[in-house]
Design a protein around this ligand. Structure first.
Ligand SMILES: [Zn+2]
Length: 690
């Protein structure tokens, strides 16, 4: 994936205290289309000529943008992706507000997205209800009297979207990508990932104290006496720490071999001696038999032991926390919402102000009913001509990769044949699904924000679990059409580019190929290269986890990849925190390989079109504009807290390094700007895999 989906962060973000009347003229006036910003793919007015491009190309290309775009108080980071994301969000808001009034002409999908948006926006009603809508679920948890009753309760909680203990999702079998099997994986943590529980530095210890304080406050808001809440928060932290210690690190999870433990449900249930799996699957509406993968056997052994030796009151406390946590966003009163924002967005990531409620409600509808909303969005903002242009570019980049594989001096002819087979089998998915998701069975009730969230989660869990045992649907999308992002799916060998991305400042039909290939072309190349990065290369053309490399070529690949691991390990992102070269390896390989492929594809295009490479536009040659367009997509301001979180847990390097480190490895870049061999923007020994 190119980048974490923005919506994942927003679901933890705050509510504004303004209840907005949806149907009034005043409300409409607030969303009257803002003056369309002049977003350009290559923007010479953003360049800071006081910086030497050979010293720091990121600052050279982006300083003008930084000056024009101070970091908004409600954001932990703000860049060109957020710039477009925010613009898309305004477009989505207009669609939702038009669908929100009880107009006679609404389609079934418009009724759902409109009513869900209106329910989410109605903070007065949500505040008035308090936690009453969660009472039945809290009572279920309170009724848990013994460990023997846990499986049925947990199955129910998973069905309504509560992340306690572990996950059950469908996944393609690693060895046989045509089979969709049950996939049991470690979960159940409230902090971003397992190392937050195990690091021993002062900052991490402080964050754990802050997390316990947050859990305590949520318990108090839910009506617990203070002393009890303090005790319960400690219980939650202790149980989660135990789960975390038994879980794989995020770096270990990058190697699919570490997650590949095929078994079947019957054998797995015998391992769980203190947890009746049959009771769980019945309540979760999950398969009771058949093939499955136990992604983390060590974790499930520990979970089994934990069920046996943990007092039942502590398990109730842990489940109560995860229930409240799951609904503490836009479905519970603003006090919960505010506290959740305070810890996740402010304390962990440094945001200073809550995002306005409409933004969060828009993201919520996109998350729950993304293809209903996306269908209207695409009709309005992604005409067939845009889809064709996007497809043309994708095909050109694939052609460049084909030629590039031929020219690799380190790979044997034997492996090259297999690499090309895989490349030729890549399926290109552009814009939106061919077949839209059917939401007819999801009931959205006006004025019932919490009930709607619960039903939407239930709908989604059931939709997911029914895939198990059925043929794989390769036409399905994991991102919604308005998303400003893209991804490669290794088990399906397909690249996915949502419609929301193919717009300025990343792609424009008003600009030339130099700009578009430098920017969007590099993204297309990035996703394609994921099929051949440290993780993707382990899957064959059909998506099976099957080694198609000769031993010698594999060793050469690893040695070349190791050059990048060391390069990024050496970068200190914030004082005391270095990047993790192994965790970010796949993304770094994709960044470098992707830009290289875009460059090759663009050179071919330019040659075919007889472009004069010495002619200047706005004072820049075509190749210089190619590199600036690449750099300008990454202009981003980030708070130190967020930068720290990113360096610790994000498989993507921070944007400054996605620009400078990648360009340092490309002598073609240094040539375009006549950089000396000793310049900071020219690596003495460049790394290169693809
Ligand atoms: Zn990526």
């Amino acid at each position: 994936m190119l980048r974490f989906a923005e919506s994942a962060r927003c679901s933890l973000a705050p509510a504004a205290l303004v209840a907005l009347a949806l149907t009034t003229a005043a409300a409409r006036a607030q969303t009257a289309a803002p003056a369309a910003p002049d977003l350009r793919v290559f923007d010479p007015t953003l360049i800071d000529k006081s910086v030497d491009p050979c010293d720091n190309f990121y600052k050279y290309s982006c300083n003008g943008w930084f000056k024009r775009n101070p970091l908004p108080a409600d954001q932990a980071s703000y860049g060109r992706f957020t710039e477009l994301f925010e613009l898309n969000r305004v477009h989505l808001r207009q669609i939702l507000e038009q669908a929100a009034p009880a107009a006679a002409a609404r389609s079934a999908n418009e009724q759902k997205i409109g009513d869900e948006y209106a329910a989410c926006m109605d903070t007065a009603a949500i505040n008035k209800l308090g936690i009453a809508p969660l009472k039945p679920e809290l009572e279920r948890i309170a009724a848990l009297k013994s460990a023997a009753q846990l499986p049925a309760l947990l199955g129910h909680l998973h069905a309504i979207g509560v992340n306690a203990f572990f996950y059950l999702v469908p996944n393609q079998d690693f060895a046989d990508s045509s089979a969709m099997v049950s996939y049991y994986a470690a979960g159940g943590l409230g902090l971003p990932e397992r190392d937050y529980y195990t690091r021993t530095d002062a900052k991490s210890e402080e964050q754990r104290r802050q997390y316990a304080a947050h859990v305590r406050k949520i318990f108090i808001l839910a009506g617990e006496p203070e002393a009890q809440a303090t005790k319960d928060a400690d219980t939650v932290l202790a149980l989660e720490t135990r789960l975390a210690k038994a879980s794989l690190t995020i770096t270990e999870q990058r190697d699919p071999q570490n997650l590949n433990h095929p078994t079947d449900v019957a054998a797995f249930s015998k391992e769980l001696t203190h947890f009746q799996l049959a009771d769980y699957t019945a309540a979760a509406h999950a398969p009771t038999a058949g093939r499955m993968n136990d992604a983390e056997p060590k974790f499930f052994a520990e979970f089994n032991a934990l069920v046996a030796d943990t007092p039942i009151a502590q398990i109730r406390t842990y489940l109560r926390w995860h229930l409240l946590h799951a609904y503490a966003g836009t479905s519970l009163p603003e006090s919960f919402d505010q506290e959740t924002w305070n810890f996740y967005a402010h304390t962990l990531n440094g945001a200073e102000k809550q995002q306005e409620r409409w933004k969060r409600c828009t993201s919520r509808v996109d998350g729950e009913l993304g293809e209903a909303l996306g269908q209207v969005y695409v009709a309005k903002y992604f005409p067939p001509a845009a889809k064709q242009r996007a497809l043309d570019m994708t095909l050109a980049i694939e052609q460049a990769m084909d030629k590039d594989i031929d020219s690799l001096d380190w790979m044997s002819a034997e492996t090259k044949v297999k690499a090309k087979d895989k490349l030729h089998a890549v399926m290109n998915k552009i814009g939106y699904p061919d077949k839209w998701r059917d939401y007819s069975k999801l009931e959205i009730v006006p004025g019932d924000a919490l009930g709607n969230q619960m039903r939407a989660d239930e709908f989604e869990t059931a939709r997911e679990l029914t895939k198990i045992g059925k043929p794989v649907d390769k036409g399905e999308w994991e991102m919604t059409p308005p998303t400003v992002n893209a991804y490669y799916e290794p088990q399906q060998n397909n690249v996915n580019f949502p419609a929301g991305y193919f717009q300025p400042p990343f792609f424009s039909d008003k600009e030339d190929d130099a700009a578009n290939y430098g920017d969007m072309g590099s993204t297309v190349g990035h996703e394609l290269t994921h099929g051949f990065d440290d993780e993707g290369r382990q899957f064959d053309k059909d998506g099976n986890l099957k080694n198609w490399w000769t031993k010698e070529d594999e060793d050469k690949f690893n040695a070349r990849a190791d050059c990048e691991v060391k390069q990024y390990d050496a970068i200190e992102a914030v004082p005391g925190v270095h990047l993790n070269g192994k965790l970010t390896l796949g993304e770094n390989l994709a960044d470098l390989g992707g830009l290289w492929l875009a460059w090759l594809a663009w050179l071919d295009k330019a040659q075919a079109a007889h472009i004069d490479m010495a002619a200047t536009t706005d004072g820049y040659t075509p190749d210089q504009r190619f590199w600036v367009a690449y750099a300008q997509q990454w202009c981003t301001q980030t708070r130190p807290e967020q930068l720290r979180s990113q360096a610790l847990a994000d498989p993507h390097a921070p944007d400054e390094y996605r620009t400078n480190t990648v360009l340092q490895d490309l002598p073609e870049f240094a040539k375009s700007f006549s950089c000396k061999k000793t310049a900071p923007m020219a690596a003495p020994t460049p790394c290169r895999v693809w």
